[in-house]
Design a protein around this ligand. Structure first.
Ligand SMILES: [Ca+2]
Length: 298
């Protein structure tokens, strides 16, 4: 059962300290000191008695959480950002720096990682600051793969959910750009983030509009993009499986499978092997089975 958010005195003190910390130190990049092991200090944030720092060198990046000068937690990878991802359309510093986002009564901080490379991944680490115990704990590590985990309170209970896209289907059925990426909402429950069927659900689209969309996809010139006259799974319009999976993840599984049949080109027979592949991929999704189980009432 989900817990309601509790705004304790510690959280209020923490936020006040955060404001002071921001004023004094800011969430800065660049000119904050000389390069030193384990790399150049890229950001430093003070939250009450805690100090969070990130570092970057040519070879790697690091983050650490200390309390009154004592190192409590650290990790390494590529590039780390405290409470936000630069250059993204949404930043969340107010929510993700020292507020209780899981409803366990302890303030949290979120450190984002960008893993670098051509198909870099996004990881969000949620760290609870336990002022009474004088400690902190890594609560969760959400690997969004190519999808940035976004924190939002979708149901207004004061506890933040995570919105991301399921990247199970990347490079399927062809290239990365054509991969379907259905949206999923995760909630904090029993000390972990789990897929939430209710918050992932979407209204069933209007049947006339859906039929028109299927007809458009079936006639899409993309099917014959390579002009060979031979069917290729690399030439399936992206919106076919995207729409089908959006329907399934939104709570309309049958209609999703039906959409695949309706939107398939009349030029080539339906690729049954591809449908089987899709069933197999769904079983490997970290979220799909939870959504199914919740919807079945289990
Ligand atoms: Ca919520």
């Amino acid at each position: 059962m989900r817990k309601k958010s509790r705004r304790g005195r510690h959280a209020a003190a923490m936020i006040a300290a955060l404001v002071a910390g921001l004023l004094i130190f800011g969430c800065t990049t660049g000119n904050v000191g000389r390069a030193r092991a384990p790399g150049e200090l890229t950001a430093r944030m003070v939250l009450g008695e805690y100090t969070v720092k990130t570092f970057a060198s040519e070879d790697e990046g690091r983050w650490e959480v200390a309390r009154n000068g004592r190192l409590l937690l650290r990790g390494h990878g590529w590039r780390f950002h405290i409470g936000m991802m630069p250059h993204e359309d949404e930043c969340f510093p107010a929510e993700l720096l020292g507020k209780d986002i899981t409803g366990n009564g302890k303030p949290d901080i979120v450190i984002f990682e960008w893993t670098g490379g051509a198909h870099a991944c996004f990881v969000a680490r949620v760290i609870a600051l336990d002022e009474q115990a004088g400690d902190c704990r890594l609560l969760a590590e959400i690997d969004g793969i190519d999808s940035l985990p976004r924190f939002k309170d979708l149901d207004g209970d004061g506890v933040l959910e995570i919105v991301l896209h399921d990247m199970t289907f990347r490079y399927w059925p062809g290239c990365f750009a054509n991969s379907p990426m259905p949206r999923v909402v995760l909630r904090w429950q029993n000390d972990k983030y789990v897929a939430d069927a209710r918050l992932t659900a979407t209204p069933m689209p209007d049947s006339t509009e859906l039929a028109a969309k299927a007809a458009n996809i079936a006639q899409d010139p993309e099917w014959d993009r390579d002009r060979t006259g031979v069917y290729s799974c690399w030439c399936i319009p992206q919106s076919l499986f995207q729409t089908a999976l959006d329907l399934m993840y939104g709570g309309h599984e049958e209609q999703g499978w039906e959409f695949i049949r309706l939107a398939w080109t009349p030029k080539y027979p339906l690729d049954q092997a591809l449908s089987e592949e899709l069933r197999g991929l769904l079983q490997h999704s970290p979220y799909w089975r939870t959504l199914k189980r919740e919807r079945a009432g289990g």
